[in-house]
Structures are given as structure tokens and as C-alpha cells.
Design a protein around this ligand. Sequence first.
Ligand SMILES: CC(C)(COP(=O)(O)OP(=O)(O)OC[C@H]1O[C@@H](n2cnc3c(N)ncnc32)[C@H](O)[C@@H]1OP(=O)(O)O)[C@@H](O)C(=O)NCCC(=O)NCCS
Length: 165
Amino acid sequence: MNTPISIRNAGFGDAEAIFRLIKSYPDELLARPVSDIVQNIDRFMVAEREGEVVGAAAWAVLPEIGKAMQPSVEIKSVAVKKALKGRGIGTRLVEAVIERIREFKPAQIIVLTFTPDFFARQGFVKVAKEKMMHKLYMGCVNCVKYDNPFTCPEIAMALLLENRE
Ligand SMILES: CC(C)(COP(=O)(O)OP(=O)(O)OC[C@H]1O[C@@H](n2cnc3c(N)ncnc32)[C@H](O)[C@@H]1OP(=O)(O)O)[C@@H](O)C(=O)NCCC(=O)NCCS
């Protein structure tokens, strides 16, 4: 029950476990192929318990036209093993990812999510999707779940950082 859980940077050897974790939430998360996870493994953190990957969280840098030095970073693919939900693992993962992202000094961290209350606890506030057109063009246009980002039920949220102009 009280087995220690460590949060660490992901490595290639974690890719298949991350793949399975994300795939276990088809309604909440966009599936990602193993090759995509491998190629972005340096943008993943995992939670490990007794050698098993029991949680994952990732981020992606979004382009910012006109303010190249003020990009937004998206947190994505946050998943905790179903049997271990509600024990603070998700919070620890997202806190660790935020700490890592802060080092890059982005203007904001964004998320599109079905669990706004979870992210609100970490300081995220709801924003209009129109405020994240870069995300809509980079990701939502290729979405296979919904035909229109403005009617997609995911909630757009942002954590505004001190580096904003
Ligand atoms: C959302 C998720 C990552 C949370 O992980 P977790 O380890 O269960 O979360 P924690 O135990 O750290 O919970 C922290 C707080 O958020 C709350 N919370 C957790 N999941 C929640 C949810 N789905 N909706 C609302 N609140 C939630 C918890 O009740 C807890 O509140 P408390 O501190 O008052 O007790 C996990 O439930 C999950 O993998 N969900 C499926 C995938 C998903 O929706 N990912 C997020 C989209 S990117």
C-alpha cells in the first residue's frame, strides 16, 4: 500500500508501458503510437513503483508566430494506472512536469482536458479556445475524435507564468 513511488524522466525502455497507459484511457486521451512516444521520450516523465511504470505525463512546445521567444507549452498524455488513481500520483507528475517546463521560461502552460478540477488544483484557469489557436492548428485539426474544436467537450486551461510579456 505504502510502496514508494518515484517520479523521473522517461527513457526508451518506458515507451511500451507509456503506450499501454495512454491506450487504457481511450475516452480521455488521444492514443499515441509507440514511435511517437519514442521520438518524444525526452518530453515524458513517468511515475515508477517497484520497477513498474504506473503513471506518465508529457509536454509539447507550441509555435508562437510573431513572439517566437514567448511560446506556450502544452501538458498532454497525463495518465495514472487505474488501480492507483486518487493517491496523489497525478499531482506529483504534473508538478514535476511544470517544474521542468518552467526552466524553459514559456509564457504559459496550457492543457485541454476533461478533468478541469484536477488541473485547477495546480493553478490552471479556464480560457477560451480562441486564445490557443496555435494548439488548434497544431493538434486539433488532426483530431480523429471530434470534428470541431469549438464544440469538442475538452476544457481549455492555462497556467499563466511570470515570463509573460
Ligand atoms: C486525471 C488523473 C491523471 C489524476 O491522477 P490521480 O493520481 O488520480 O490524481 P491525484 O490523486 O493526484 O488527485 C489530485 C486531486 O485531483 C482530484 N482528481 C483526480 N482525478 C480527478 C478527476 N478525474 N476529476 C476531478 N478531480 C480529480 C482528486 O480528487 C484529488 O483531489 P484531493 O487532493 O482534494 O483529494 C487520473 O485520474 C487519470 O489518469 N485520468 C485519466 C486520464 C486523464 O483524464 N488525464 C488528464 C487529461 S490530460
